[in-house]
Design a protein around this ligand. Structure first.
Ligand SMILES: Cc1ncc(COP(=O)(O)O)c(C=O)c1O
Length: 424
């Protein structure tokens, strides 16, 4: 994450030029809260460290491709808003979010995905990240537990732990979490919620079929357990049929749905949303009032105007088609160039390919290190996403950021290093 390093440097340079590098005192020994102590700093550092660097071919990132940004349109919209309506865009606003955007989202998800009933409401959040964190805060006290897949998105893993909530990894198969395993986890842990990424999961790329969604839903409904449905990638499908969201058949009001504009418009805008029963949204609004008051209002207006005046469907279709080509190419190369022991999950959408060493012989940390030092290729070890402390036999590859040439070089390099490791 080079901008942090740059900011640190800039602060140092400013301090140096003003002669303030040290005040001469002894800096106190900080007693950090357990919440932040339990975070996995090395994992987060590793993630960002491997994303950038001179000449590094990064298959490690999780960003949208630079070609996927509607930057010209956003520039036009921003100019128009700041010319015609500057104070509304720069003034404090309401915590629920920009009303036209909330109405627009409600209509969009109802029309396209049958999400939302009269009992539900929309809360604008600072990305799906904040919606997920809020759902945890709304339903869990310290010591409670959340069930999730055995490997989960690091941002959610950290948010759950930072709330002093226990993570219970539940076994799954090719269709995702197993209902009987979830039952077992509920019987032995104080589980308040289940966290799921049902479409093109990060990190595994898996999509949960409808039948499995319904089975998991029934288990949760029976035990009064909330489902946090995290769906930032849902619209980036490039193969197969749409699978209805949990929220679309949520007759008991147990689903907190997290949506995002990060992957279809721009992540830097930090605009996402939660859709849930009005009583849940009321609690979320209270939380937002003292967390960050409201999501950046200019960014909310930009998203609203973009959906209103431009062709979002066309944009999403183009981005998905672009990602499809890259994903297919990466998977083809994996089949051709990686040893047969490596099995990958070919995704139907999203941004990631998950590879597993079925022999269990490869030390994935060694693979990661060798790739960086010998080939200048960065990948992410599965260890980063694991809910317990076991060693992962998997690694995650991103296909959205690297070019076709980089994908080819990256996968060829992984094949060469793996062949060397198997031959040891
Ligand atoms: C599964 C998942 N959930 C949530 C997020 C956070 O997205 P946002 O930018 O909307 O906060 C990400 C980002 O990569 C993600 O992969």
């Amino acid at each position: 994450m080079s901008f942090v390093i740059n900011n640190d440097r800039r602060m140092m340079i400013n301090a140096q030029s003003k002669g303030q590098l040290h005040r001469g005192g002894t800096i106190m020994e900080y007693k950090f809260s357990e919440k932040v102590q339990t975070l996995k700093p090395s994992a987060i550092r590793e993630l960002f460290k491997l994303m950038v660097g001179d000449g590094i071919v990064a298959l490690s990132g999780g960003n949208p491709a630079k070609e996927a940004f509607p930057e010209k349109e956003i520039a036009e919209i921003t100019q128009k808003i700041l010319t015609e309506n500057p104070i509304a865009a720069l003034q404090y606003s309401i915590s629920e979010g920009y009303t036209p955007l909330r109405e627009q989202i409600a209509e969009y998800v109802k029309t396209n995905f049958n999400i939302g009933t009269e009992e539900d409401a929309v809360l604008i959040t600072s990305g799906a990240q904040q919606a997920n964190d809020m759902a945890v805060k709304i339903f869990c006290d310290e010591g409670d537990a959340i069930a999730c897949d055995e490997t989960i998105f690091i941002g959610s893993l950290s948010a759950i732990k930072a709330n002093n909530v226990k993570l219970v990894g539940v076994k799954g198969d090719d269709s995702g979490m197993l209902p009987e395993q979830l039952e077992e986890a509920i019987a032995t842990n104080p589980i308040k919620a289940v966290y799921l990424i049902p479409n093109f999961s990060n990190p595994t790329g898996l999509t949960m079929p409808l039948e499995r969604r319904k089975a998991i839903y029934e288990v949760c409904k029976k035990h009064d357990i909330i489902i946090i449905e995290d769906n930032p990638y849902g619209e980036l499908r490039f193969r197969g049929e749409h699978v209805p969201a949990f929220k679309s058949f949520d007759d008991a009001g147990i689903v907190c749905y997290s949506g995002s504009f990060s992957k279809v418009v721009a992540p830097g805008l930090r605009v996402g949303f939660m859709i849930a029963n009005k009583k849940i949204i009321d609690r979320g609004t209270l939380l937002k009032q003292f967390t960050d008051v409201h999501t950046n209002i200019l960014a909310q207006m930009i998203v609203y105007e973009y959906y209103k005046n431009y062709n979002i469907k066309k944009h999403i279709a183009e981005v998905s088609a672009f990602y499809a080509k890259k994903s297919e190419y990466m998977c083809k190369l994996i089949r051709e160039k990686l040893p047969k022991e490596i099995k990958c999950i070919e995704p139907d959408g999203g941004m990631f390919v998950w590879c597993t060493d079925t022999s269990g012989k490869i030390d994935i940390d060694e693979l990661v290190q060798k790739l960086v030092s010998e080939k200048k290729v960065a990948i992410i070890s599965g260890d980063v996403f694991i809910t317990n402390n076991s060693k992962s036999h998997s690694f995650r590859l991103n296909f959205t950021v690297p070019s076709m040439e980089q994908i080819e070089y990256g996968i060829t390099s992984i094949g060469e290093v793996l062949n060397g490791l198997y031959a040891k």
